[in-house]
Design a protein around this ligand. Structure first.
Ligand code: GLY
Ligand code: MN
Ligand code: MN
Length: 495
């Protein structure tokens, strides 16, 4: 997509009602900041955006927290809220124009344009640290809202930008009241607004189209990476920014690897293809999985597993009701899976266990041999987004996935701790394992919970007959035309 000159874009933006990317009204961002301030109370609240990637060739994506509060999508920005007796002053710090740096990364809005776009007072980000220092020196309490647990490094550390920033402030201002806050924004982000739901609907529509394009075109002989390429082509040409997570396009035994990412294997007739994919549109990510038979028809064992997973999904859907306990859907789906796996000979009874450590002291449910993940999660600015699950029971405004799966690992014997009880168990399960080994099925859909019930958002072919019909249709030679409405809506909203 071509980059537009900033002045023209700004004009379009103003005409469009001063919305930042994704058409969330500027007033809604202001309301979100006011809600955060009301939760945190008097004092200073700081939210950091992400910095420029370490290398020019790496992709930048904004911190979901700053994007949620401001819509700002450029690197090197930060938000400061100063609340005194309930009155809130707000400052957005952004990178200033720099002809020399723009040679590398493209045009930036001026500070004045940024202020108009964001509907906020704007300062040069080079004043940010000094501003924080002087607010602390004046005796204000400061709260850093962000992420304080990162992925562990090889050395076992877990350091995020927010942690580094907080530690540096605390070191410069011994005795100052500086605290971390991971929870307030999660609670706000859990409940989706109408504008957010509209963006999620677009992300999901693009993702459904990608699934349908693959189902119309794929044939045995394709490599898994061709499926990934077609999926991501469909995403981008419909205006999605990028995949919301690493696309999973695994076939045959690779369907049993939960986060398979290599996507490099020629596919053959008779195999399953599992696609776990999600477009990120204006920052909002879909997350939809389909498992399809490359020959056009499921084999009997594939079909047995598929139908069982689908029944579990229906049980999960039916248990997702306003007021129901949060674990009700997973319990309902697990119950269906367990009973079904018993009837297939893959479990001994719905509550049967195995030794899950080598001492034989600890036992786990046999269901966990084939179903190792949770039933679902919220989606939003992150593919695993804060969800209504932060509250005590299901309530309105949740957009989430329901994604049961069964994965029969061919090397299950190596996965289990080697104990006498497990060896005996494997011997008893052997006939069923021989039938189902290498079959992995996940069915994942996106839903919105409202007072009227659970709305299914990701309407790609899903029942056995629908999937088989899609896969048996004459092969198309090109994807369907892109959806001009989606692309135009996104282009109009670009900063
Ligand atoms: N695609 C990641 C997940 O399903 O949670
Ligand atoms: Mn997924
Ligand atoms: Mn998911």
């Amino acid at each position: 997509m071509r980059r537009r000159a900033p002045v023209i874009v700004l004009g379009a933006l103003l005409l469009a009602g001063r919305s930042l990317p994704g058409q969330v009204p500027v007033a809604e961002y202001a309301a979100r900041r006011a809600a955060l301030g009301a939760m945190t109370g008097d004092g200073v609240t700081v939210v950091l955006g992400r910095g420029e990637p370490a290398h020019d060739f790496e992709t930048f994506s904004q911190s979901p927290d700053l994007r949620y509060l401001t819509g700002w999508t450029q690197p090197n920005a930060a938000l400061v809220l100063v609340r005194t007796n309930g009155a809130q002053r707000e400052l957005l710090f952004v990178a200033p124009r720099s002809a020399a740096e723009e040679v590398w990364t493209g045009p930036r809005p001026s500070l004045a344009d940024a202020a108009r776009m964001a509907g906020l007072p704007v300062r040069d980000v080079r004043e940010f640290t000094a501003t924080c220092d002087s607010l602390l020196a004046a005796g204000n309490a400061m709260r850093i809202v962000g992420e304080f647990r990162g992925a562990a490094t090889a050395a076992g550390e877990s350091v995020t930008n927010d942690r580094v920033f907080l530690d540096a402030l605390a070191q410069r201002h011994p005795g100052a009241r500086v605290s971390q806050d991971e929870r307030s924004l999660l609670l706000l982000r859990a409940r989706k607004s109408a504008a957010e739901i509209a963006l999620l609907r677009s992300a999901i529509a693009i993702t459904v189209q990608a699934h349908e394009d693959v189902m119309r075109m794929v044939t045995p002989g394709w490599n898994e990476f061709e499926v990934q390429a077609l999926v991501e082509y469909t995403f981008r040409r419909n205006g999605a920014e990028r995949p919301g997570f690493t696309s999973i396009t695994g076939s045959a035994d690779n369907t049993t690897t939960l986060h398979y990412w290599q996507n490099d294997r020629p596919m053959r007739d008779g195999e399953l293809l599992l696609m776990d994919i999600g477009a990120s549109y204006a920052g909002y990510s879909a997350d939809v999985t389909r498992t399809v038979p490359l020959s056009g028809r499921f084999t009997a064992p594939q079909r047995a597993i598929y139908e069982l997973v689908r029944r579990a999904q229906v049980a999960g859907e039916q248990a997702t009701k306003i007021g129901a306990p949060l674990n009700a859907p997973n319990e309902a789906a697990s119950e269906v899976l367990a009973r079904g796996l018993v009837s297939l000979g893959l479990m001994e009874s719905p509550t049967a266990t195995y030794d899950c450590d080598s001492t034989g002291q600890r036992t786990c449910r046999q269901l966990g041999l084939y179903y190792m993940h949770g039933l679902g999660h919220g989606i939003g600015l992150e593919v695993h987004d804060p969800d209504i699950a932060y509250f005590s029971t299901w309530s309105e405004g949740s957009v989430m996935t329901i994604e049961p799966g069964i994965y029969v690992r061919r090397n299950l014997a190596e996965v289990l701790p080697d104990t006498p009880r497990n060896r005996a168990l494997l011997a008893r399960l052997q006939p069923a394992l021989a039938t189902y080994a290498g079959i992995g099925v996940r069915i994942e859909d996106d839903y919105l919970l409202t007072a009227a019930g659970l709305e299914w958002l990701s309407k790609a072919p899903r029942e056995v007959a629908e999937v088989e019909a899609a896969m048996q249709a004459p092969r198309a030679s090109a994807p369907r035309p892109r959806d001009p409405a989606l692309v135009e809506r996104y282009r109009r909203a670009l900063p």
